[in-house]
Design a protein around this ligand. Sequence first.
Ligand SMILES: [Zn+2]
Ligand SMILES: [Zn+2]
Length: 76
Amino acid sequence: MLAYLLHIILNVGTEICAMPSTSASNKQPERAPRRTLMACEFCRGRKLKCDGNRPSCANCRRRQIACTYKPVNANK
Ligand SMILES: [Zn+2]
Ligand SMILES: [Zn+2]
């Protein structure tokens, strides 16, 4: 009987001691890889800073012109 109790106590003890320390992987939270901001045709041509908004970026919207983006089919 005593051995049984001792067994329980020991088991509990080890359980507490063996609490999983979740701080093993202390790496920084992964950020979504930021896509390279694509400049629209207009901004690219004028070398303007394109905010990459769709369907129309700020520059194009201000000028009320068609904002077009080249398809992202660049050869990888
Ligand atoms: Zn633009
Ligand atoms: Zn644009």
